[in-house]
Design a protein around this ligand. Structure first.
Ligand code: DOR
Ligand code: ZN
Length: 357
């Protein structure tokens, strides 16, 4: 594997790092006027991004996914090369024929499992995986990846335990029942999830967000309630964050970059019942550089951000490179989102790295 080229001021203190242009294996772009506000930030950093299907109504058909792809592409700034990788939203009613249509389109790389009620716009999600047998069989046969929001729902399980319990109750039996199905545990947040993925059969991987690498659950309560640090799966204890950093920076091919950048208007976050999601696309790769730098592992960033994802999905890594510089910049307090504003991650404070023009 080629090593990322680096230039250092002094040993252990790199000022600049070049890497193969990264991809984002988990992003939310929303729809309509919002696309023009959020797609350019991703296109400036990533060559490809997996577009999550939890729109209202959700993207449940190949036709809807291809039309959504066109709308995303229309929001890519002229001159930028950016490929949205499309997904379908799995429901109890998704049929094998829809999976075959999706595969034949050549534009859809996976199907997202949202347990009903687990997160934003998951109301149409799966109530019982037992009903999805035909779709999962077809996905296994066609090689479409199952992308999993790995949390159980229900009052009986503590919100901080929902990923661990999902892994035990749902994911482990699913992998046994469909031994050829490729599965990504999206935005893994716990030591339990990481350990499970490490020990799982071939064809199982996980994405990790920058915010789960940088923050532990104290960030939700720092001096008061911080709605802009609320996401799902919710931030976890420090010991879990440390294991995520270890997995991301350790050179293990099963772990790769997925920002889960999830824009919501300010009023939807600063509310009596605030939405889950952090908007991070404005610094989508720079935040990972911070996390890797803190771990003394900048040389592992290229594998995690640019190589492991394509290898898992059976795609080539990108050909071009980008350069990141240690040039801190201040993030604006707000950014436009349609007719509204959102509060980006690190609003009013600094991100330590910038992309060289
Ligand atoms: O924090 C989150 N936001 N987690 C999700 O699973 C969904 C996402 C969103 O769409 O806002
Ligand atoms: Zn997501």
């Amino acid at each position: 594997m080629r090593e990322a080229s680096t230039r250092s001021r002094q040993p252990g203190s790199l000022d600049e790092i070049s890497l193969v242009r990264p991809d984002d294996w988990h992003a939310h772009f929303r729809d309509g006027a919002v696309l023009a506000d959020v797609v350019p930030a991703s296109a400036a950093r990533f060559a490809r991004a997996v577009a999550m299907p939890n729109l209202l109504p959700p993207v449940t058909t190949t036709g809807a996914a291809l039309a959504y792809r066109d709308r995303i592409l229309a929001a890519v700034p002229p001159g930028a090369a950016f490929e949205p990788l499309m997904t379908l939203y799995l429901t109890d009613d998704t049929g094998a024929d829809e999976i075959r249509r999706a595969t034949a389109s050549g534009r859809i790389i996976g199907v997202k499992l949202y347990p009903a009620g687990a997160t934003t716009n998951s109301a149409h999600g799966v109530t019982d995986l037992g009903r999805c047998g035909a779709a999962l069989d077809a996905m296994q046969e066609c090689g479409l990846v199952l992308m999993v929001h790995g949390e159980v729902t229900g009052e009986d399980v503590d919100v901080f335990d929902r990923e661990r319990v999902f892994v035990e109750r749902t994911l482990a039996p699913l992998l046994d029942r469909f031994p050829g199905l490729k599965v990504v545990l999206e935005h893994v947040t716990t030591a339990d999830g990481v350990e499970f993925v490490r020990g799982a059969r071939d064809g199982v991987a996980a994405t990790i967000t920058a915010h789960h690498l940088l923050l532990n659950r104290n960030a939700i309560f720092e001096g008061g309630l911080r709605p802009h640090h609320y996401c799902l799966p919710v931030l976890k204890r420090e010991r879990h964050r440390a294991v995520l950093v270890d997995a991301a920076t350790g050179g293990e091919g099963r772990f790769f970059l997925g920002t889960d950048s999830a824009p919501h208007p300010r009023h939807a976050k600063e509310s009596a019942c605030g939405c889950a999601g952090l908007y991070t696309a404005h610094a989508g790769i720079e935040l990972y550089a911070e996390a890797f730098e803190r771990a003394g592992a900048l040389d592992a960033l290229e594998g995690f951000a640019s190589r492991n994802g394509p290898a898992f999905y059976g795609l080539e890594p990108n050909r071009e490179t980008i350069t990141l510089r240690r040039e801190p910049r201040t993030v604006p307090n707000t950014m436009p989102i349609g007719d509204d504003v959102l509060v980006p991650f690190r609003a009013g404070s600094r991100v330590g790295w910038s992309i060289a023009p």
